[in-house]
Ligand binder design. Structure first.
Ligand SMILES: Nc1ncnc2c1ncn2[C@@H]1O[C@H](COP(=O)(O)OP(=O)(O)OP(=O)(O)O)[C@@H](O)[C@H]1O
Ligand SMILES: [Mg+2]
Length: 367
């Protein structure tokens, strides 16, 4: 099963439309697809004609508690069969309470719930498509953790493009925490070729993201809205509409993509491994005559700049030098400096790895 998260923190860029209609188009090509509605707004559930409020069970029942190894898997019991090949794991407003509920639990566990649930049904589907809410919270993190691939819909009719670098950076950082690679692709949406602005934006997107960008462009098509109102994927409602053709083309492109490796569900385990070993004091230094604020963030502090770090600054002949002291158990850590708000690799550390969507993380090994 290939699991693909549809992610963008920007609202209204076509995440749900893409999740529902790509699912529909893949199904029409013979694939078995599970559409996972991970957005408390439940728009994907609605777009398949189900009234979220009238459902007895939804994904909340699956994700709220840690899986019970003795009991039967919970996910199959909430799944609705929309057609033979298109199934839905529905959402409901109650999912918005999950964020708070899970925050109290161990990070490793709370972000792994969806991955574990999907593992129970992996043999039944060719694809799981996850529709994410417009933020990067614990639900989106669950989606990324469960996925091998990410599609980022990007509006060509608006200024959506400006936030996306930030999103890609976030995904790169999350990838390190997740412990597996994510293949990220950009999907231009809501394209109206009649406006010069849209044409220029599309060119800009292609220039910026190159091969990361799908060849397919999703045009603005009012039939897509109509299909959602009727509770059906567009291919089952207006087969020759532009929206159906575009999502059909996208399905072909997605299906042609080489299948990435299986998601490794084993937690990173670095912190766990070290729990019984004494911490070491690690000291790193950074100097840049032009910088006025330098912090450090890595998987050791949840990528929160300077959290759990003792930071001092002194002046020498080259300018200011920031010294960061971190207490760490033995293990391997990824980190970056945040220099005046910009995330950078450590210029003095040759040991670095490429993040899948740009930028590099420096590596720190504590023996
Ligand atoms: N290609 C398109 N042509 C016309 N309308 C579209 C297209 N894509 C999306 N829409 C419409 O734009 C609105 C927002 O789209 P959608 O719900 O898919 O975005 P979203 O990213 O899921 O939003 P949210 O962040 O709120 O979940 C919807 O009314 C949808 O029907
Ligand atoms: Mg949506």
């Amino acid at each position: 099963m290939r699991t693909i998260a549809i992610v963008n923190q920007k609202g209204g860029c076509g995440k749900t439309t893409t999740a529902v209609n790509l699912a529909g188009a893949l199904t029409q090509d013979g694939a078995r697809v599970l559409l996972v509605d991970l957005d408390p707004q439940a728009h994907a559930t609605l777009a398949l004609g189900l009234d979220a409020e009238s459902l007895d069970e939804n994904l909340y029942e699956v994700l709220a508690d840690a899986p019970d190894a003795q009991g039967p898997p919970r996910l199959p019991s909430v799944i609705h069969a929309w057609s033979d090949h298109l199934h839905l794991a529905p959402s409901g407003i109650v999912l918005s309470a999950l964020e708070q509920r899970l925050t109290a639990e161990r990070a490793e566990d709370r972000t792994q719930r969806l991955a574990l649930a999907l593992a129970d049904v992996a043999g039944s589907y060719d694809y799981a498509l996850i529709d994410c809410p417009p933020n990067v919270g614990v639900l989106t993190f669950n989606a990324l953790r469960a996925s091998g691939e990410v599609i980022v819909p990007l509006e060509t009719s608006d200024f959506g493009i400006h936030g996306v670098q930030k999103l890609l950076e976030t995904i790169a950082l999350l990838t390190d925490r997740i412990g597996h690679d994510l293949s990220v692709r950009i999907l231009p949406t809501l394209y109206d070729g009649r406006t010069r602005y849209a044409r220029e934006t599309l060119a800009e997107i292609r220039g910026l993201f190159g091969d990361l960008c799908f060849d397919t462009v999703i045009r603005s098509n009012v039939k897509l809205r109509e299909a959602a109102r009727r509770g059906r994927p567009i291919g089952t409602f207006a087969r020759s509409a532009n929206g159906a053709l575009d999502y059909g083309a996208l399905a072909i492109e997605v299906a042609a993509q080489a299948q990435p490796g299986e998601v490794d569900l084993a937690p990173l385990g670095v912190a766990d491994l070290g729990e019984s070993l004494p911490d070491r004091e690690i000291v790193v230094e950074f100097s840049d005559p032009l910088a006025s604020d330098v912090r450090i963030a890595g998987d050791f502090n949840g990528w929160v700049p300077d959290k759990d770090v003792r930071s001092t600054v002194r002046a020498d002949e080259t300018g200011r030098v920031w010294r960061k002291v971190i207490s760490l158990p033995p293990g391997t850590y990824h980190y970056r400096y945040v220099v005046d708000g910009e995330w950078r690799e450590d210029p003095d550390n040759p040991n670095a790895v490429s993040a899948p969507v740009g930028g590099r993380n420096s590596i720190l090994v504590v023996n």
